[in-house]
Each structure stands twice: as structure tokens, then as C-alpha cells.
Design a binder for this molecule. Structure first.
Ligand SMILES: [Zn+2]
Length: 185
């Protein structure tokens, strides 16, 4: 009893699911107009003016995972982030402040389990610091706008730069390239 009703109901349910998936698979159709983030008044994808805010402020506006990596220099586990093998045409912004960091065409498959790029979007996109933690000497990469920790840069990347910017997915926000010109501001 009731099996007939279930099979009839399954058809519209499947149709709904398929149309939902079709929408979800077309992010490149969304114009890149979203430059702010709800709950974070400091996030702005078109502003590179440096921010100098204390951790107490960031703690209120960032997701705990973003806060942990950006402000406490955390590292997500390899192969767990959302963007390590992500492909798509667009831009990668700082998830804390919106600063543009990398263009998708500089992303490459490093196999290391973190999103990797061979150059930054522009000089000044990021800052560098020496990191002597964990018994190693590494070059830390910080957001050029908010100073948040992003990851490290190594000298084993591909041409033309030979650099491998090894970043944490959680502190990156991918913005698909707009298919229409952005509105004038
Ligand atoms: Zn930032």
C-alpha cells in the first residue's frame, strides 16, 4: 500500500532535482557584481585600501574556520579544502577582506592538496614574512590588504615564475568571471 503513490511522486521530485542541479552548475552565468559579504562590512572586492583591524574585530565578522587560518595562521588539511582542485575562469579573492589575490589562469595542478598559483594578480596583492615555525624556514604569504595569513610560497612552481603559492582554500573566495560588463560605479 502506498507504493503506487510513491512512484508517481518520484517523477516531479526528480524533475525538481534536475532543474536545481542545472542551476547549480551554471555559476559562470552569474555576473560578478557581488562585491560585499553579509555580516562582514570590511569585505569589498573592488577596494584594495589597506585595513588595519585588531583580531577582536575580525573574530566578530569571520567564519571560525576563516578566522583560524587568517588570524591564527592555521592550515587546513591537504585535499580537504573546497578549491584545491577547483577549475573555472575567474578570480580568487581574500575571504576575509575581498582583496583580489589571484587570477584563475595562474592556478595549476600542483598535486599538493592545496590550491596553488604561480603568480599573484598584481604586485601588492600579497605581502611576505619569514616563518620559522615547525622547525622550517618558509616564506609566509599574507593578504596585501588585511594582513590575513593565506599560506606559503615555495620555489618549486612551474614557469614562468617558478613559484608555487600554496594557499588555504578557506581563505580564498572564487568569483566566476562576469559574462556581462560590470555596471559603472
Ligand atoms: Zn584580506
Amino acid at each position: 500500500m502506498g507504493t503506487g503513490g510513491k512512484s508517481i511522486g518520484a517523477v516531479p521530485a526528480l524533475t525538481l532535482l534536475l532543474s536545481f542541479m542545472a542551476c547549480a552548475q551554471a555559476p559562470s552565468q552569474v555576473p560578478g557584481r557581488t562585491i560585499t559579504m553579509a555580516g562582514n562590512p570590511y569585505y569589498n572586492e573592488s577596494d584594495s585600501t589597506p585595513l588595519d583591524l585588531p583580531d577582536s574585530v575580525w573574530r566578530k565578522v569571520l567564519d571560525p574556520e576563516v578566522y583560524h587560518i587568517a588570524r591564527e595562521k592555521g592550515t587546513e588539511r591537504a585535499f580537504t579544502g573546497a578549491l584545491w582542485d577547483h577549475e573555472g575562469i575567474g578570480r580568487y579573492h581574500c575571504a576575509a577582506c575581498g582583496n583580489m589575490l589571484f587570477l584563475a589562469d595562474s592556478k595549476f595542478a600542483s598535486g599538493c592538496g592545496w590550491p596553488s598559483f604561480y603568480r599573484t594578480e598584481r604586485e601588492g596583492s600579497v605581502r611576505y614574512a619569514e616563518d620559522r615555525s615547525h622547525g622550517m624556514v618558509r616564506t609566509e604569504v599574507l593578504c596585501g590588504r588585511c594582513g590575513g595569513h593565506l599560506g606559503h610560497v615555495f620555489d618549486d612552481g612551474p614557469p614562468p615564475t617558478g613559484k608555487r603559492y600554496c594557499m588555504n582554500s578557506a581563505v580564498l573566495r572564487f568569483r566566476p568571471q562576469a559574462t556581462a560588463p560590470e555596471p559603472p560605479r
